[in-house]
Ligand binder design. Sequence first.
Ligand code: NI
Length: 257
Amino acid sequence: MRLELQTWHKVRDYLSRSKGIVVPIGSTEQHGPEGLIGTDHLCPEAIARKMGEAKGVLVAPTIQVGMSQFHLDFPGSMSLRPSTLMAVVRDYIASLSRTGFERIYFLNGHGGNVAPVRAAFQEFFAELSMTGRDKDVRVRCKLKSWWELSRVDARRKALYGASEGFHGTPSEIAITQAAWPDAIKEFQLPPPPSHGRNDLLEHAGDNYYEAADYRRRFPDGRVISDSALATRAAGEEFIALGAEDLFEEYERFRVSD
Ligand code: NI
């Protein structure tokens, strides 16, 4: 159930039985020559909306632009500064909690968002703690990236192994193919060259430097990922598994202390 398609009366009734909501968050950045620029927000959005429709859980408007400064040497990429993203996330939490939500689950699609989003949670709580308003508010926030959902993670590793890589991954491309079949692009490139173990260790978790450095290291945009292994059928499977995993996790979180 998408928040933007409800009325305030509907949301008031929902809040009388549940204080939980899911927020998809991702980015708008190049995903290699064949991957969609919106991949990182389209993936968590597809999983969250599938779960929300099946289970009657509210899903907030997607945060579509994230912290992607290292992609800015590629046309079409957009980024918020870490401080801007933190302000956006903090205001999402503050406004949702002001109207009665107490369990806010962020489903993430971009590794570069993890540090700013976690810091934003602490900004929100620090404000409560330091002004003494912490005694009236019982908001809890959680962040999880869709590829960490347990059944999705097992399936993507089984299907793709080392070809999954880090960026323009076949699993994320597959999800966009299932969610937006009319936008599928044709694959023509061979797998990108391996950059060796050092680059693997150095860049795990989107730990990059400035945009020009990224472009120099990864000229076609992909990071070790063989995007061409993506299929629409696999994407449908990832979305279905992800929706199941997400609901289990969300429910545990929703009823938690
Ligand atoms: Ni991505």
